[in-house]
Design a protein around this ligand. Structure first.
Ligand SMILES: O=C(O)CCC(=O)C(=O)O
Length: 478
């Protein structure tokens, strides 16, 4: 047999796209299987009829009501969050216009909640004061979204080091003009016009058409585990490249890809739209902190460790300390705060129609350290399930300023965000008459939710001796 002819670049790309489509179709089929987790997702995705949001567990409801549920246990934190770290701020009704009564506790105490169906879930409502929330929201949008942290936009755009938010602010305050400073104001595509005839941009505004619309699967084209391809739009999606976070939806058995598998990045698309910064910023779906994450393979780039924001190291350690104050030595959920090191994080930026489908976070080599998660902006429905999609999840209402900790078995539980709830932005995050600089953030938040989650990647004793080589990693993970 003669040797086969080498494939041209074009042929190779066509084959790759074909294979990708096949994988998507298979994934769509799998995702259609109606597990209890999937059922719950569909229930909360539905726009017609609207779901009953009151079915979600609200840890902020009055204790008398909340504790009628025998599965809930309330434990007083040893100190208030603001005493674990001043970065949580002090909740003060006098200072913080818009702070609801229930957010400034009558008795001055703060609590953590446990749920017997979800061992290892620790929930701390009202973790942050309004001004502490505003500070972190500013950082999420302006600072953390800059290089060297990567964002979904980096796949397709040559994002400048100042970041898209900075451009957005400069256009808004008039120091950059969309007409006169075009080259600076509009972020260019990476791909040249004739390189690839597909992309993600063009379907961004089409989502009102389907039930459960606005899925992050079409909006966030870069988180593969949560992508739920929509077979009804098959013809349409066939003309587009599913991007990094759209590859293979996670099944209950999905293993983490071995570290030695090469981490290839998706092709930049020549079809993504060139947008003014005010619109491009709304396309930002995630950024990664610390060890940069490679979404397609679900592994860390252990050789790409961006400096971790100091305040997030302090905040996450303080949360682990607060947890230790209610789950100390002897508790199955005890993790010594002194051993906790913030090493990786994700900031998720949700527009109102976005969603994050069920998945498990299992890429960290340290599976014992708690995952610390902060919510800001609009409330959402968070589904917390069990070790497989066969466990019916508990819908939880996550509200701005709440802290959720996943440890123990809960660390390996399926979870997702099927719904951002409209009209739930607290008034203290809306425009403030005494702080005009907040206006641009308020405008962004009027249609957004931000989640910031922080993880420890390595086992504690190895922290000092970690290196970027795969052999070290292999020995750590074995
Ligand atoms: O948005 C959230 O609250 C959850 C985010 C999440 O599950 C993730 O980033 O893996």
């Amino acid at each position: 047999m003669p040797d086969p002819q080498p494939l041209s670049n074009r042929q190779r790309k066509i084959l790759e796209r074909q294979a990708e489509r096949n994988r998507e179709m298979a994934a769509a089929k799998r995702a259609d299987t109606r597990t209890p987790f999937r059922e719950a997702e569909l229930q909360f995705l539905s726009r017609q009829p609207q779901p009953d949001f009151s079915l979600a567990l609200d840890f902020r409801q009055p204790s008398e009501k909340l504790l009628q549920d025998p599965k809930i246990r309330k434990v007083q934190l040893k100190k208030r969050m603001g005493e674990f770290s001043e970065l949580f701020g002090v909740k003060d009704r006098e200072q913080d216009a818009g702070l609801e009564d229930k957010e400034a506790e009558e008795d001055g105490r703060e609590y953590a909640y446990f749920h017997s169906d979800h061992p290892g879930l620790i929930y701390i409502p009202f973790g942050f004061s309004p001004s502490a929330q505003r500070k972190l929201i500013r950082a999420c949008l302006k600072e953390y979204s800059r290089h060297p942290n990567k964002s979904n936009l980096d796949t397709h755009y040559n994002v400048p080091d100042c970041g898209v938010w900075d451009l957005h602010e400069r256009v808004a305050n008039g120091s950059l003009s969309l007409e006169n400073d075009k080259d600076e104001a509009f972020v260019p595509r990476k791909a040249k016009a004739d390189e690839q005839a597909n992309g993600y941009g063009s379907d961004d505004d089409d989502d009102d058409s389907d039930n459960g619309s606005g899925d992050q699967s079409t909006k966030n084209k870069d988180r593969p585990t949560e992508k739920e391809p929509r077979p009804t739009k098959k013809a349409k999606s066939a003309t587009k490249t599913p991007s990094v976070r759209t590859l293979v939806p996670e099944t209950d058995q999905t293993p983490t890809v071995p570290e030695d598998v090469p981490k290839t990045d998706p092709e930049p698309s020549s079809q993504v739209p060139i947008l003014p910064p005010s619109q491009l910023i709304k396309k930002m779906r995630w950024i990664t902190l610390g060890y940069q994450y490679h979404w397609p393979s679900k592994t860390y780039h252990f050789d790409q460790n961006a400096p971790f924001p100091k305040e997030l190291c302090v905040l996450s350690k303080a949360v682990v300390e607060a947890v230790e104050s209610v789950a100390g030595p002897g508790s199955p959920w005890h993790y010594p705060a002194e051993e906790f090191v913030a090493e990786a994080g994700v900031v998720n930026y949700y527009q109102l129609k976005d969603r994050l489908m069920g998945h498990v976070d299992r890429s960290e080599l340290n599976k014992d350290a708690p995952l610390v998660s902060f919510s800001f902006g609009h409330s959402c429905i968070y589904l917390l399930g069990g070790p497989t999609r066969e466990t019916a999840p508990t819908p939880v209402l996550l509200q701005s300023g709440d802290i959720l900790v996943m440890t123990g078995p809960c660390r390996a539980a399926f979870h997702g965000v099927p719904r951002i709830i409209e009209n739930t932005l607290p008034s203290y995050l809306q425009a403030q008459s005494d702080d005009p600089e907040w206006d641009i953030y308020a405008e962004y938040l009027s249609e957004a939710r931000i989640n910031l989650n922080i993880r420890q990647v390595y086992p504690p004793k190895k922290n000092e001796s970690t290196s970027s080589s795969s052999s070290t990693l292999a020995s750590l993970s074995s």
